[in-house]
Design a protein around this ligand. Structure first.
Ligand code: SF4
Length: 495
């Protein structure tokens, strides 16, 4: 039987089996960035279309799909721990692992207990066919009475991964963007991936080695996905990518991020549009003009500056200087006085002296970031920065990180306080676990906890709704009553 026939047979067997047996449950979990989340959501959409029931990672399931991360050593460790935990909580389950960590360490991942398929950062669209075949085989064995007992149904009774299949291929020559199905999730905000890969090779970053060169998604596909999501009721679209501003470099016809945003901004009914991340030197005049002319644009820029010291920035192979960041922040505030500016900082990069670190602190104070993500430097084997001779001691990297985290809290609180006593628009995302408030985000990416107010509480997300539908009436006006470093407290203004 050839591969296509096998796939078809697998699908038919799953479909036939599910008529008489309970649906196959698949637990989905993504670590790391929005790109990973998008890819997993896209996989979930396709699995639901095929009749699978998608569940959270802490629920019992017949299979788990894990999208892993390798951006730091900690991310890799978390990826391994998660896989072990999934196997421990459900030793019978088939585990499929994909993403950056599986691309980097396929053999290690394949040796983890319960893992049956290792896919890297390409070929993810083939996972549903593979699962169809695996699940059909299980169902058929169970029907034949061969699946009982404590084994995994594949002869690996110790729960080890002797049979793990590895489909990980080199990424350097990848030229095409891998199209995945539109990701419909239960959230009110939808992430839309517009490109993959990165060709910049910052000196500390492993991602270009794991995701390959920048590849842009065709603009028609982006537009169509946004159109479908808006039509399905999603209130906010977040354009994301590994290197967002690299969009268009590989496309014919002079496509740029600015041009794409202009096109997406025309989609009827779009209420909010957000960009995930831009380097300071990538915020061009063209892009700013388009953003100013796009009513749906949410004034929030995530500018991962990484350091405030020019020598360190040069060694990181970043293409901007600290003063450029200051000038950009001033310019953005002139256009959008309440703009949210968020960033990522690496502390203890090789060669970072006390004076260099002080310059980073000073940049943070000058810009007044509304949210600061701080990471102690994590040497990634295979990158130039891991081989730099003047590594900073781990304890120093971590102490500097703690100092910046403290500063980040102060800056966040100061940014949030300006909204107290004012009315803001909130996109409701979820109900808090105790059910006493709704949680949402402002246009400037501030988390708000909304309590019921007069004249009435807005409808909470309807439990009976399908997971794939966002809660209704989720864009509301609120009165802000308090603020701290974590966000805002508010009462509902309109029912
Ligand atoms: S831009 Fe730099 S930090 Fe970001 S993915 Fe590319 S190489 Fe890594």
């Amino acid at each position: 039987m050839n591969e296509a026939t096998l796939k078809k047979a697998g699908q038919h067997r799953v479909a036939a089996a599910t008529e008489s047996s309970p649906p196959v449950r698949v637990g989905l979990v993504a670590l790391g960035c929005k790109v990973n989340q998008y890819e997993l959501d896209a996989l979930g959409t396709e699995l639901r279309r095929r009749g699978y029931v998608c569940v959270e990672a802490d629920e019992p399931a017949d299979a788990y799909c894990v999208n892993t991360c390798a951006v730091t050593a900690t991310s890799e460790k978390k990826s391994r721990q998660l896989i072990r935990r999934l196997h421990h909580q459900n030793p019978q389950a088939v585990i499929v692992v994909m993403g950056c960590y599986s691309q980097r360490a396929a053999a290690t991942v394949a040796s983890l207990p319960g893992v049956r398929l290792v896919i890297g950062t390409g070929g993810r669209a083939r996972i549903p066919d593979w699962l169809d075949q695996q699940m059909a085989a299980r169902i058929s064995m169970a029907g034949d009475g061969e699946g009982d007992g404590d084994g995994d149904g594949q002869g690996n009774r110790d729960g080890g991964s002797a049979g793990a299949e590895t489909r990980v291929h080199p990424v350097y020559r990848l030229r095409d963007y891998e199209e995945l199905p539109t990701a419909f999730t239960r959230h009110t905000r939808a992430v839309v991936k517009i490109q993959d890969g990165c060709s910049l090779f910052c000196s500390y970053c492993i991602i270009p080695h794991l995701r390959g060169p920048g590849r842009s998604r065709p603009p028609e596909a982006v537009r169509e996905e946004v159109r479908q999501l808006v039509a399905a009721g999603y209130q906010e679209i977040v354009l994301t990518g590994v290197h967002l501003a690299g969009y268009g470099e590989d496309l014919p016809g002079e496509w740029t991020l600015a041009r794409l945003v202009r096109e997406v901004g025309k989609v009827p009914g779009l209420t909010r549009l957000r960009l995930s991340s831009l380097h300071p030197n990538e915020v061009t005049d063209d892009l700013l003009q388009v953003l100013e002319e796009t009513p749906a644009f949410c004034p929030h820029f995530h500018l991962p500056v990484q350091s405030g010291d020019d020598d360190i920035l040069k060694r990181m192979r970043r293409r901007y200087r600290a003063d450029q960041v200051r000038r950009l922040a001033e310019r953005l505030r002139r256009i959008w006085p309440e703009v949210a500016l968020t960033t990522d900082i690496i502390t203890g990069f090789p060669g970072e002296t006390e004076a260099a670190f002080a310059r980073t602190v000073s940049l943070c104070q000058d810009v007044g970031w509304s949210r600061l993500h701080v990471f102690p430097f994590s040497p990634r084997e295979g990158t130039p920065a891991a081989r730099y001779p003047d590594q900073v001691e781990k304890a120093v990297r971590e102490e500097r990180a703690r100092e910046l985290i403290r500063l980040g809290r102060e800056l966040a609180e100061s940014y949030h306080r300006r909204f107290v006593g004012r009315q803001v628009e909130v996109l409701i995302e979820e109900e808090d676990p105790a059910g006493r408030a709704l949680i949402g985000l402002t246009r400037t990416y501030v988390r708000v906890r909304v309590r019921p107010g007069e004249p009435g509480r807005p409808d909470a997300p309807d439990e009976s709704e399908e997971r794939s539908r966002p809660p209704a009436r989720s864009l509301i006006q609120v009165d802000v009553t308090g603020a701290d470093a974590g966000g805002l407290e508010a009462v509902c203004r309109s029912a």
